[in-house]
Design a protein around this ligand. Structure first.
Ligand code: ZN
Length: 109
C-alpha cells in the first residue's frame, strides 16, 4: 500500500516513477479523468509490462493524500474513504439536528 503522508514522500516517489518510465519498466496506460460521485480526483494509470498489472496513481492535493495502488485496490481504497466521509457527514448532521432541537426546546421552554 503506497500513500503519500507528505509532499516529500510524493516527490521521492515521482522521481522513482520517472526513472521506471524512462527504463520502460512501466508504461502510461490511459489518461482517464476519474469521476467519483463526490469528488474530482483524477487518476493516472500505468501498466507493468512484466506482469500486466495496472497501477493507479492519484496525486496528493492539499488535504488529499493520494495513492499509488493496483487498480483494483485503488478502487477499494476510494470506496473506503468515501464511506468514512459519509459517516463523518452523518455524525455531523445528527449533532447539528440535536443542537437545533435543543435550541428550540430552550426557546419554547
Ligand atoms: Zn509487475
Amino acid at each position: 500500500m503506497t500513500t503519500f503522508p507528505s509532499y516529500w514522500e510524493f516527490a521521492v516517489f515521482e522521481a522513482v516513477l520517472h526513472e521506471k518510465l524512462a527504463q520502460q519498466k512501466l508504461f502510461p496506460w490511459q489518461h482517464l479523468p476519474f469521476k467519483a460521485p463526490n469528488d474530482s480526483d483524477t487518476e493516472q494509470l500505468y501498466r507493468c509490462p512484466a506482469c500486466g498489472e495496472i497501477w493507479a496513481l492519484s496525486q496528493p492535493d492539499n488535504a488529499w493524500r493520494g495513492y499509488f495502488l493496483p487498480q483494483q485496490k485503488a478502487e477499494t481504497y476510494r470506496r473506503k474513504l468515501h464511506r468514512q466521509d459519509f459517516a463523518k457527514g452523518l455524525i455531523g448532521g445528527v449533532c447539528l439536528l440535536a443542537l437545533i432541537v435543543f435550541s428550540l426546546w430552550k426557546l419554547l421552554g
